[in-house]
Write a protein that binds this ligand. Sequence first.
Ligand SMILES: [Fe+2]
Length: 306
Amino acid sequence: MSITITEPSTVFHPGPHQLVRTPVGWQDLPYTRFTLQPLSPTIGAVVSGVSMADAVDAEMFGELNRALLEWKVLFFRNQHITPAEHATFASNWGALESHPFIKHRSDQPEDMPEVVRLAKGPKMAGYENTWHSDVTWRLTPSLGSVLRAVEVPEVGGDTLWADMGAAYDGLSDATKERIDGLLAEHDWINSFGRGMDPATRDALRPDFPAVHHPVVRTHPETGRKTLYVNQAFTQHIVGMDPDESRDLLEHLYLRAAYPEFQCRFHWQAGDVAFWDNRSTQHYATSDYFPQTRVMERITVVGDRPV
Ligand SMILES: [Fe+2]
């Protein structure tokens, strides 16, 4: 049986994708302090030759930051570092955030609210299996996240990342034109707010109002355009008819789900992923319940998307 495609489909998109890893005019320079093993053509590379427990000098910072911009997610294997070393490494990129909604647990490091412990097991299944960038409900979402595996299942519990610059490039010219200049509302109320009692939600509201971000973000360091709406936190397109907004957002959300824009990582205890939260989305597969998966995450304060 043959299938005839009479018009472009938003779901069925066979044929090659033309993928570009770095923005036009970007200069590829060699790395002298470590080696990189790419996981896909545009996103994800394993860094070898770096101990995250060591101080990051100016040259190392320059090369790691360049690698982060080019590959969007860096993986460091076998880093059995302390929470303090984890924080010191992340703070090379800026001030550290503390998360207002994820409760500080008694087994977390004392006096380190910036370390978010994400612990799953027989009593709680993984729930981060929705494509998202971290904390886009903030006016200034994180620059990046540094996530370390503490305990992971032997099989399952992988994380996927999507290159939202490549996802933007892959849109039709008509869609690019349609979304140019649009703003979208982002909010925590339908995710973190869902399990809260109304009084707690009301008390947090003044400090964390819904925010507006551009649907297409220009990366502050590379100048590359990225698609900046996500299933977890984006609510609607500002000023658009609700049905039209829903249809458009569903079409845009789907772009993160294209395997051509993704990489996938299987964790071992001690592995660390450092992602650029401005140019990527991620999805934590929840396929290991009731096994245990414990991760510790530190996020770096970012700037306001433009
Ligand atoms: Fe996340």
